[in-house]
Design a binder for this molecule. Structure first.
Ligand code: PHE
Length: 337
């Protein structure tokens, strides 16, 4: 026989010391499982007299129900406690600072290069490219610089071999495109160029944008119109523009293009060295010798060319006085654009 009272006491004390749903599960197995305490009691049933059997069976069933009810009610308490524990341990403190993800931005040179490109693309210019490691032929020879021409020295060339150099300007793209395509042509050629030179306004690598247009009736006034439109868009519509006679072997006539000093508004200051003007690009009408070099008939075709330094334009646009800042990768500088 089983002592109901002491059985219940033991059970209750175990039940109350269970601190999790999984411990409860162990208690359930211990009491009600196939080999559980109550199940084992039933083994004695056949050996009992009919009278005893009934009352014994009844008391075992009562105990079973008692155990089940106890476990169920304790379970509801413990599962709530489990949930509370999880909510606390898995909670997120939304008041903590978030993880900082640095966001990059466009380099000022690329930004201005993109603005320059956009302006010319809107005027119908396409975009061409050429190699940075260039043949002497394209960089000088075909552009009408003869072998011993002093302008070759002026360019401070980086030599790879006697005939292979780092291009000193984007003008060789003129020749490469003309060898490939017949007129009419209208393109710009942006890219890196190299000159052995370094100070506050020169770096050994910098960017140029070449402009080139050839057709049967291109005149100097077309050049003026295109460049004035460009300058008024990249700086401001009020910017004064001046063409000054100059010399390049591959253009004739040649000009240097100045804008009214944007710092002193033309009054004269340190930046414009008192002249009121700032030089921003070189230009001219394509020299007939250059057309002959690529097999274009100079009697049929005329054209213009221009070339500008992207760093120079960026420095003027943003009042930057040292070109080296562009290449030092100081985020405090680069963030400002
Ligand atoms: N290539 C010249 C330079 O780098 C600029 C230029 C381009 C001048 C086209 C005239 C025409 O100085």
């Amino acid at each position: 026989m089983i002592d109901s009272d002491s059985f219940k006491k033991t059970f209750l004390s175990e039940l109350n010391s269970a601190s999790s749903v999984s411990e409860l599960q162990q208690i359930r197995v211990k009491y009600l499982g196939k080999k559980g305490l109550l199940t084992l009691q039933l083994k004695d049933l056949p050996t009992l007299a009919a009278e005893e059997r009934r009352s014994f069976g009844k008391s075992i069933n009562e105990l079973k129900e008692y155990v089940e009810a106890g476990i169920t009610s304790r379970e509801s308490v413990l599962s709530k406690a489990d949930l509370r524990k999880r909510l606390v341990s898995e909670s997120i403190d939304v008041t903590l600072p978030g993880k900082y993800t640095p966001v990059g931005r466009e380099h000022p040179i690329n930004k201005v290069l993109r603005e320059i490109t956009d302006i010319f693309v809107r005027m119908g210019f396409s975009i061409e490219e050429g190699p940075e490691v260039e043949l002497d032929y394209y960089n000088f020879e075909a552009l009408n610089f003869p072998r011993e021409h002093p302008a070759r020295d002026m360019q401070d060339t980086f030599f790879v071999t006697e005939d292979v150099i780092l291009r000193t300007h984007t003008s060789p793209v003129q020749i490469r495109v003309m060898e490939k395509i017949k007129p009419p042509l209208r393109f710009i050629a942006p890219g890196k160029v190299y000159r052995c030179d370094a100070d506050v306004s020169h770096t050994p690598m910098f960017h140029q944008v070449e402009g080139f247009m050839v057709d049967t009736d291109i005149s100097f006034s077309d050049l003026k119109g295109v460049l004035e439109t460009f300058i008024h868009r990249i700086f401001s519509p009020e910017t004064p523009v001046r063409f000054r006679p100059s010399f390049f072997p591959f253009t004739e006539p040649s000009a240097e293009v100045d804008i009214g000093c944007i710092f002193c508004k033309g009054k004269g200051c340190q930046v414009c060295k008192g002249t009121g003007w700032l030089e921003i690009l070189g230009a001219g009408m394509v020299n007939p010798h250059v057309f002959e070099m690529v097999g274009y008939d100079p009697e049929t075709y005329t054209g213009f060319a221009f070339g500008m330094g992207v760093e120079r334009i960026t420095m003027l646009k943003y009042s930057i006085d040292d070109i080296r800042l562009f290449f030092e990768n100081d985020i405090r500088f680069l963030r400002q654009f």
